[in-house]
Design a protein around this ligand. Sequence first.
Ligand code: 26Q
Length: 823
Amino acid sequence: MAALPTTKHNLSKETIKSGVTDMLRTAYRKTIATATPQQIYNALALTIKEHVSANWLATHEHFDKADVKTVYYLSMEFLMGRFMGNAILNMSLTNTAQEALEELGIDLNMIEEAEHDPGLGNGGLGRLAACFLDSLSTMGYPAYGAGIRYHYGIFEQHIEDGHQVEKPDNWLHYGDPWGVRREEYAKEIKFGGRVNAIKDDAGEYRFVLEGYQCVLAVPHDYPVVGYNTNMVNTLRLWDAEPVNRFDLQSFNEGQYERAQEEQNLARTLTAVLYPADEFLAGKELRLRQQYFFISATIQRVVEQFAHKHNHDFSKLPQYVQFQLNDTHPSLAIAELMRILIDGYFMPWDEAWEITRATCAYTNHTIMSEALEKWPIELFSRLLPRIYMIVEEINRRFCQNLIQWYGNDPERIRNMAICADGQVRMAHLAIVGSHSINGVAEIHTNILKEVELKDFYEIYPDKFNNKTNGITQRRWLAKCNPKLSTLITNAIGDGWVTDLNQLSKLKPLSSDAAFADEFMTVKQANKIALSNHIYREHGITVDPSSIFDIQAKRLHEYKRQLMNIFYVIDLYNTLKLNPSLDTQPRTFLFAAKASASYRRAKLIIKLINSVADLVNNDPAMDGRMKVLFLPNYRVSMAEKLVPAADVSQQISTAGKEASGTGNMKFMLNGAITLGTLDGANVEIMEEVGRDNIFIFGMTAQEVQALTNTGTYAPWDLYNMDYDIRNILTTLINGTLDNNHDLFRELYEAMLNGYGGTRPDEYYVLKDFAAYKAAQEDISTAYKDKNRWAEMAIHNTACAGKFSSDRTIRQYASEIWNIEPVVRV
Ligand code: 26Q
């Protein structure tokens, strides 16, 4: 395969300086002295983008010439985090940029902080997509990310009187320096209407949509700069625009209302990201969003392929792979069928074979609430031709089932794509893909053995595991420069592109001098976080206390409730026994709750009420502090991760598909306090049982207990003094004046409330084990040498969790794609 042309990153200090000053003058009529940090940020970003653009162009010219196989990562979410610092790091421009700005009298860090953190995702699934793009570029795989250019990202979380309040996140407000609008590739997307069947000359039926609504999908391209490579991939985010700014024809035909409708559709379609994760909000607009970016992407890919390969679509799977990030993009299967059949008159069987060989599906959850199902009424009204195709896929699939199993109506109803008045997107994704993967060993096993058992039986070869990973460029090199430098001084910088090299640190975990330096870095990071917290919230935290962090979306299965219960327990204990010798702790929480998830929001209020109680009690000074840090996002994670001593990964076993925060914390030398769930299991395998705090029921035990239906939290209440005391604190006025605010949580634990089973996520069941593990941690922390050894060992064992490893496995085991040669 032809090599990528060499284009060196030769941006000089002087070029950066003149670029910034010129840009400030042209764009804002400002000088360095008078420009705002935002303006300087934009000027610097544009300067760097201009430089990136040369490589970006060259990369795509090369792709075109060499006719490379390309992977399209289809995702409703890309949680990219700030662009600029990452681009600077990956292009090895950190020193140059720092010096250039210094000579202009500006601090680069301050300018980096001026970049709005684009929140085009909810949590793990969106951030995984971003890590994958970084790895794809760094390792030289031709790839596109394809998604939606939401005008408003995940809401800004404010805390008012302890409650979560959502405010719009207008990330485009100060401009969009990294995006390139590419009108020339715009595509029309059709909704609604009627399908007309017309017989063609050969007597074949052709299906034509009439009376539809139409919007224009316009791509905005963002560069994905890899580390130390001249290859630049593309994140293509589609934005909606009216087909005709003012539809004269419709106006003249008296269809003014239709034109108005289309204007409104365009405005609302890409307005907001749905702020729900693992929590179904089955709204029409979401289905529209899905079809919008899928249809645009597939249309463009097929058109480009047809042009290049002379319409020989049998080769499509050899050149194109679509990876579906959960079921959200699974309309891709039906849309590809539609285009091949209606657009290129391909027979069904041929189109089906090509489609299946081109699509692959990743499952990210076993929470049944998150499984996407659409009412047939809605689906067929909004996407009538797509529905016909889905129906036909379903009909043929059910026919096969009858062949394989005989007439077993129960089984067929369970496995069908269309049943009970709904379209089940997971079933469509499974049937229409050549690969189905889970995101950690235990998760994939649960899919095979429980959740998707029936499908595994008929398609055993399609199922495979791809344990998640994270990019060490953002999650160590960028966010923790002090630790990076220490590691590089010890073992060289090979780890930046080969994380397994961290294992060279293993012997150093018992080296006193290295351990000292390692813990000095940790301490410095804790001080930096403390200073940040003081600046933002006026609260002082003690950097010598244990920094115990749980940062992730708020969900009952993640059990933030268990964490805050332990805080209440510790408070109760210290009140009763003030002279108790405990290790000072700072409990840090950060989490957004889905806007419509009432109980999750109540848990946030509870955390804040407990924080008020504890932090305002002078008896707790120097003993414990509790903080809820508002508006968790990628840029906040970058501050928390380097400063953590303890990483809380405490989901009910069997519920967290993988988790990726667990990997970020471990990489930065935090010790995991966790259940045997998701990737925690594999973290334990890597670090060994002595370097992690594991507690609680296993997934099998949870499954078994759930199946017996005998779990009775009242027994625990009656037998366990701690539990009784904690639950009483919820309702006795200690935390709120009206006594009833947290009654729902009390009821949910003991009796079930609002349709949930009593203590559905086994918080009380696992509590004693959790408390014991927390006490083990306090004891362990006292032995500074042992703790340092554990911390270093965790970093040293993080090699497996690089997204580079994950992507290499996707590339060889699912996509069958080779990297472009690097020069
Ligand atoms: C579905 C329907 C309607 C509206 C929203 C949704 C929706 C949106 C987002 C459903 C799920 C999500 C996000 C899921 C997610 O982030 N899952 C996480 O994926 C990570 C990456 O694989 C795993 O590490 C986590 O364990 C998993 O929870």
